[in-house]
Design a protein around this ligand. Sequence first.
Ligand code: MG
Length: 470
Amino acid sequence: MHSYNTCRGSLRRLFGTDGVRGVVNVDLTPELALSLSLAIGTYFKPGSRVLVGYDTRAGNTFLVPVVMGGLVSTGIKVFDGGLAPTPAIQYYVRRAGFDGGVIITASHNPPEYSGIKVVMADGIEAPREAEEEIEEIMRESRFRRVPWRELSHRVTRVEDIVEKYVNGVLELVDSERIRRYSFRVAVDPANSVGALSTPELLRRLGVKVVTLNGDLSPTPSRNPEPSPENITDLTTYVRSSGVDLGVAHDGDADRAIFVADSGAVVPGDSSAVLLCQHIVENRGEREPPRVVTAVSSSTIVERVLSRYGIEVVWTRVGSIVISRTMQSLGAVAGFEENGGFMYPRHQYVRDGAMAVALMLELLSYSGRRLSELLNNLPRRYVIKRRVYAPRELLPRVYEELRRRFPSTRVVDVDGVKIVGEDFWILVRPSGTEPLIRVFIEGVSEEVAGGLFKEVLEVFKEVYGCEVRTA
Ligand code: MG
């Protein structure tokens, strides 16, 4: 969310790809949070039981009571789940039979941000239709005002969310097998809620755990985005200490980015390929042999998984699209290239702790180090850029790309993805910002750079000038 103004009718921008996000007290003010929570409360039926959970962000000090108050006034029975990872709240909503959940977090965004997202009774993020309905209630100020006699439910504290979540993960993996290896793992939860779940999970798997940036702090010492430049504390530690694995979470711990024993940061789609392979080969779950991911993931995914008879279904970018596609088609796993891994036997959402447990199970089956397993994956070089140009001419860009790369496969569920023998190019409009995203992967830096130049030529030809990139 960048702005909110009913007079200009910019409500359509309220919900982004993952809830409402903004800089606290700039975009995400108490007034906005109150209207939004009144609308969310009105959306759910009167008397609905809604679980509210949150991360450690500074702005949540005021957002949490504002949101809870708004929900209560519309006749919602609010349960306070406290500080908890997003997947723990989602898991608990479904398992404990809540009617829905509200999660106050801005995931991987910088610390000055927060956000509000709604999950449905099945724990999955609210679909676009529900968000539109909430926006409409808000636009029309059509809030339910409940008489005083119906306001007797006090906000009830729920204490065992993280415990139940960790137990749920442990039930699904071969703990005994993992314990035999006495793994050593370093965890960096970005001073946020991952510190409550992953170290505990690991200890219960017999792992010797070292936690970096583990104290819960509204002013974190690490940026919540687990990108290579932000997790150098962890990579340095892994390299110097000789531990078996590093794990970095984002601010709400639904993503897990792994650091191999070599200290190399593992791209999310590479770790996902290994986990999918593990699920099918070692865990024997191949009914149906199908995984779901967004077009922004590497086509290496397909090349490697096809060897195991696994079909890859490509979707638009956005975790909820992956979740719902997994549900409707049936799939043994789903993932995003940013480290969001979904294992439907646990839940149909990104699930940081589940990914960690599966990774250790995989290492225990293979008997090899993660760096060795990665050596078996094809080498590649990735370029990700933003292009600042009007989107109206994008169809012509797509057309020109198809013309320039005639003997390639085209995946067009979100922008255009040109898939060649050993490269791919994706050009798509951003889901959250007014710009165009370009992803390129080649076997080397030179190849990827050459392809990027060619894509820029396409833009130049279509737009009649050089385009600005970042
Ligand atoms: Mg997240």
